[in-house]
Ligand binder design. Structure first.
Ligand SMILES: [Mg+2]
Length: 267
């Protein structure tokens, strides 16, 4: 009663926007980073500039991608090219790494002060998979994945973690390349064709499609279902718990559930 086809034996989850409610935090922090950069640049040149648009620029250029890729992609859309710089550049540096470090500094501050919440429906779904013996991986571009999982209290519900740190260490290309999802399936010991990918980003569903995964579930929390479908999602849900209690024919499960009131590893 997991809402999955019979062939699916493992599940791979994006983090931000799928398991944790951090996608909105990322978007706001990116806007703060880019607007400050664009404003300073325009002031120096005596120019005008258009603000970073969360509804448009974020999903198109940034969401789901590794930090530096998102920065280069958005700046290219404004015909701006910055030197890569060095990963140790201070947050004030006018380089790709400098901007990335600025964004990360703002994000960590928000994680520390605001806390991070897992979606209750996602916790229920992870627990149901756990009970059914279906192995689970998180596959995220975030370099802060481990911290976010721990802060949200769901680290114990995931068997494998492929994140920004692992991707850099193993030289895995970021989404929309399928490499990180393929690594997740490999670590779980399943074929991509027998694994499901759960994604809320256009770059992520594209990775699921090009990786030949058995099912790509698009998670639509912001009303971009059509774009998710166009990029490769096979099915769309607004919450992972929508999948529970439905068999393959879409019929509601009638049995009782014992997974109400979930709050992750600490409940
Ligand atoms: Mg996401």
């Amino acid at each position: 009663m997991l809402g999955l086809p019979e062939r699916i034996k493992a599940c791979l989850f994006d983090l931000d926007g799928v398991l944790t409610a951090t996608a909105a935090v990322h978007a706001v922090v990116w806007k703060e980073t880019f607007d400050r950069f664009l404003r300073q640049r325009a002031e120096r040149a005596g120019d005008s500039f258009a603000l970073f648009d969360i509804a448009d620029d974020y999903p198109t250029y940034v969401d789901g991608k590794a930090r530096a890729d998102g920065i280069r992609s958005f700046l290219a859309s404004r015909h701006i090219e910055l030197p890569a710089g060095d990963p140790r550049d201070p947050p004030s540096s006018q380089t790709v790494h400098g901007l990335g470090n600025r964004k990360n500094e703002l994000l960590l501050s928000r994680i520390r002060h605001g806390g991070v919440a897992a979606y209750p429906g996602s916790v229920r779904y992870l627990r149901a998979l756990d009970r059914a013996g279906v192995p689970r991986a998180v596959v995220s571009s975030s370099a802060n994945c481990a911290d976010i999982l721990a802060a949200a209290g769901i680290d114990c519900l995931l068997d494998v973690r492929i994140d920004g740190v692992v991707a850099q260490r193993e030289h895995l290309a970021g989404k929309p390349a399928p490499d990180t999802y393929l690594a997740g399936a490999r670590e779980l010991g399943t074929e991509p064709s027998r694994s499901a990918v759960f994604e809320d980003a256009l770059a992520g569903v594209e990775a699921g499609r090009t990786g030949g995964f058995g099912l790509v579930v698009g998670v639509d929390r912001v009303g971009h279902a059509d774009a998710l479908r166009a990029h490769g999602a096979d099915v769309i849900v607004s919450d992972l718990a929508d999948l529970l209690g439905k068999d393959d024919s879409g019929c509601e499960e009638s049995g009782d559930r014992d997974d109400s009131g979930d709050s992750g590893c600490r409940s």
